[in-house]
Design a protein around this ligand. Structure first.
Ligand SMILES: C=C(O[C@@H]1C=C(C(=O)O)C=C[C@H]1O)C(=O)O
Length: 355
């Protein structure tokens, strides 16, 4: 898949608007305030996929005349979520400028293919694909490919975090490595962060958005409502248009490149040192595994079990403490040794399996 960059406006691209379009007045008022603060692309939910039945599922098609009126009055682009071919047809008929596919749709290749077919031959309507709810990079790429394969050129990705059953600080855990892996596979792919759905609450929004800026995301899609506490969906995570304006003004936008050659030289020097350190690190790790092999051969001779609980518990208790004295985070040291131990078991299993 050869994805080209297409969005050339100033970064970050901010897409803001209410989670759901509720009434004509709520929508017009919210858009008016956002536009006054310089927002040029508005989002708004027409159909809302909800986890449980009997929640507010969007006003549906009655929103289109309100959107049309707001677009004309405020001269803005408008983005909505589509989840079926029928949604796409209605969106195109009603001159919606930008579409996105939600996380619950991205997981289903049948749905994505249906949406892609409905968009075949449409050249000028960008489509953004939210990550699937489960942390599966290939599923995300697959959805982008299905859209690319029908000839859509303006494609982007939205990182909205991943569902988890465990208690978490976030509504959806960010797993930043996944969007970064996507970006390394497709460097020109437009990548937008959705702090609202990762955070699930206002207090976390800023640090998530700032992190996205630190990681060179191209834009943010943020929920904003004229009166968040009264919102019919996602009340806890929306910002008023004025709060959003402050929020954006406080974001530090990072430079993608380096300011000058002396900065580059300094960085190169440190990176050379990192390269040398990594060589030493790998030599030390290889030495450890040579010792693990010796232990494996002894065990095989005497038919002793590979996994040794007591020894492993001692390592797991001691190493994070050793690390602490070197200012290493105990959690990091613990997960490092879990990886190392897995590899030790694999190496010794190989030894046992050899005839
Ligand atoms: C190397 C050994 O085998 C296994 C691997 C260990 C390790 O990598 O340190 C520790 C305990 C064992 O589960 C050993 O028994 O010492």
């Amino acid at each position: 898949m050869n994805i080209k960059s297409w969005h050339t406006d100033k970064k970050p691209w901010i897409i803001a608007g209410p989670c759901s379009i509720e009434t004509e007045a709520q929508f017009d008022d919210t858009v008016g305030q956002l536009v006054k603060n310089g927002i040029k692309t508005i989002r708004g939910g027409v159909w809302k996929p909800r986890t449980r039945p009997n929640s507010f599922e969007g006003v549906g098609e009655v929103a289109f005349p309100w959107i049309k009126a707001a677009k004309k009055k405020y001269n803005v682009d408008f983005a909505i979520e589509v989840a079926s071919a029928e949604h796409v047809e209605l969106a195109l008929k009603n001159e919606i400028d930008i579409l996105w596919i939600g996380a619950r749709t991205t997981v289903n290749p049948f749905n994505v293919q249906e949406i892609a077919e409905a968009l075949r031959g449409v050249k000028d309507v960008p489509i953004l694909v939210k990550n699937p709810i489960n942390p599966d990079l290939n599923l995300w790429i697959g959805a982008l490919e299905r859209l690319h394969d029908v000839g859509i050129e303006k494609i982007g990705a939205i990182h909205r975090g991943f569902s988890t059953y465990q208690e978490s600080l976030y509504r959806n855990i960010p797993l930043w490595q996944i969007p970064l892996d996507l970006k390394s596979r497709f460097p020109e792919l437009l990548l937008i962060n959705d702090p609202s759905h990762i955070a699930g609450k206002r207090s976390l929004l800023f640090e998530i958005a700032q992190k996205a800026m630190n990681l060179q995301f191209d834009g943010l899609i943020i929920e904003s409502h004229r009166n968040p506490d009264e919102a019919w969906s996602d009340a806890a995570q929306q910002l008023t248009p004025d709060a959003l304006d402050d929020f954006i003004k406080n974001l530090e936008i990072r430079n993608p490149g380096f300011p000058n050659s002396s900065f580059q030289n300094q960085l190169d020097q440190i990176r050379d040192e990192i390269d040398e350190t990594d060589k030493e690190l790998l030599e030390v790790i290889a030495r450890r595994f040579d010792l693990v092999k010796q232990v494996g051969n002894y065990k095989k001779d005497k038919n002793v079990a590979i996994f040794q609980l007591e020894r492993w518990q001692k390592i797991l208790a001691e190493r994070p403490e050793w690390g602490k004295k070197l200012n290493l985070s105990p959690d990091f040291v613990k997960s490092l040794y879990q990886e190392i131990h897995d590899e030790s078991i694999r190496i010794q299993t190989d030894i046992f399996n050899k005839k």
